[in-house]
Design a protein around this ligand. Structure first.
Ligand code: NAD
Ligand code: USQ
Length: 406
């Protein structure tokens, strides 16, 4: 379906929670450009974690207030910014919902790095409190504001809820058909096999969505997204002050973006273990497009939680490294794996629902080299090479192995 223009009745008021982040900022611009009235809500915690980790985005990101001002100048469209903590400032969140009565709320506002969530007790507890507490605040605030049947919640979940190496066939979109004890057929949420404390919070979110959808008729879409790569979208490329963030450090950098920076610096690509892990990938511009498609196709009030697999393609980590190495001439280094994960896994995943809505994904073949030259090459002078090797470990034996391996 076509996205709305300013004059369309399809114009919606959309809250983008976490709209200062890597996925949230380009999505907010995409929705604004499509004619929606966008309000970004963020507590800027990701910028604070940069300070804590003594690390920064590869790209020089502008302050939130400058971002929205420049967007207004460039596009002629207003985005409002509200600074609040979804997990802590319940009353402010409830008041915002009551005042704005949003048609849709896109929920990106969580601590999303698996390595950061495994760093230590403080980070584990923060990730659970922030993510589960924030999601629950949102759900209960929508109900209390009397918006259960009105507001569509679109949550960014993860492919990681399915686990890796456990499916034995194509992973369906959220639900599986089973025979319950006694032989009664049923459709249930795919069993959850989180691989980190962060991934566990997304499984807990999914249970909260199921409960609130059944109990209060909330309209929820959960997008099980793969690993996002790339930096800019058409909207963020309109002015350098709109540039998106790009994480390359070992806690927040996702694997392909890390390889792109490593290639630009000509340091060996950090493949963990054998690199036998297969993962799903999606380009950042498709994240924004898929969220817009989800907003345009809300479930009915009282319908079960809608679940889409938001992925473009799957790749084995070592194949990705080989692809980047072949395009750039960089070497590959197999280093001890800081994570507890299967050494090898296959991954076959359905994305039929987005495909049926017209989704035509950007693939690595289309965009990879542009990204290396255009972004990683341009900003490589900003890299702190001390942030490339892993510093967070899944358990004490992984830490020991990594330390012993140097
Ligand atoms: P990010 O850390 O760049 O952005 C998250 C934003 O949310 C940040 O701006 C942060 O300040 C904000 N935030 C966090 N907690 C908040 C709170 N309590 N109140 C208000 N704001 C808060 O992360 P991202 O890469 O943009 O990911 C966004 C969402 O997409 C996450 O939920 C993540 O699980 C999901 N996702 C990301 C990827 C990926 O590869 N980046 C892949 C799959 C799913
Ligand atoms: N890996 C390497 N070398 C590196 C970095 C990672 O071999 O330098 C490997 C990891 O061991 C892992 C795979 O690459 O097997 C993916 O790691 P990642 O850090 O790119 O992705 P992950 O930790 O799974 O998390 C990211 C996002 C998270 C999102 C998830 C989607 O940070 O928010 O939910 O991707 S998914 O992987 O589909 O669950």
């Amino acid at each position: 379906p076509a996205e709305p223009t300013m004059a369309d009745p399809g114009r919606k008021t959309v809250l983008v929670l976490g709209g200062d982040g890597f996925c949230g900022w380009p999505t907010a611009l995409h929705l604004s450009e499509a004619g929606h009235d966008v309000i970004i809500v963020d507590n800027l915690s990701r910028r604070k974690i940069d300070l804590e980790l003594e690390c920064a985005s590869l790209t020089p990101i502008a302050s939130m207030n400058e971002r929205v001002r420049v967007w207004g100048d460039v596009s002629g469209r207003d985005i409002r910014f509200v600074r609040l903590d979804v997990a802590q400032d319940y009353d402010l969140l409830a008041a915002l919902l009551a005042a704005e009565r949003p048609d849709a709320i896109v929920h990106f506002a969580e601590q999303r790095a698996a390595p950061y969530s495994m760093k230590g007790a403080r980070e584990k507890r923060y990730t659970v409190d922030n993510n589960v507490g924030g999601t629950h605040n949102l759900l209960t605030a929508v109900v209390e504001a009397g918006l259960a049947a009105h507001t569509h919640i679109v949550h960014l979940g993860t492919m990681g809820v399915y686990g890796y190496g456990t499916s034995g066939g194509e992973i369906p979109e959220g639900y599986i058909d089973v025979l319950l004890p006694g032989g009664r057929p049923s459709k249930i949420l795919h069993p959850a096999y989180p691989g980190s404390v962060y991934h566990a919070t997304k499984c807990l979110d999914a249970l909260l969505f199921q409960f609130y959808s059944r109990n209060d008729g909330l309209r929820v879409t959960d997008l099980h997204q793969g690993i996002v790569w790339g930096t800019n979208t058409a909207a963020t490329a309109r002015d350098e002050r709109l540039i998106n963030r790009f994480d390359y450090d070992s806690d927040y950098g996702t694997v392909l973006n890390r390889f792109l920076v490593q290639a630009a610096l000509d340091v060996p690509l950090t493949v963990y273990g054998t690199g036998g892990q297969t993962r799903a990938f999606i380009h950042i511009s498709d994240t924004a497009k898929c969220v817009a498609l989800a907003i345009g196709n809300p479930p009915e009030a009282g319908a079960p939680v809608e679940i889409f697999n938001q992925v473009a393609e799957t790749h084995r980590v070592r194949d990705l490294a080989a692809l980047v190495a072949a395009k750039t001439g960089t070497k590959v280094a197999n280093i001890a794996n800081p994570r507890k994960e299967a050494a090898e896994n296959d991954l076959d995943v359905s994305n039929a629902k987005f495909r049926s809505l017209g989704y035509d994904p950007v693939t690595l073949e289309d965009g990879l080299l542009d990204e290396v030259v255009g972004i990683a090459g341009k900003y490589k002078g900003r890299v702190d090479t001390g942030k490339i090797m892993p510093v967070s470990f899944w358990n004490s034996s992984r830490r020991k192995e990594c330390v012993e391996a140097g």
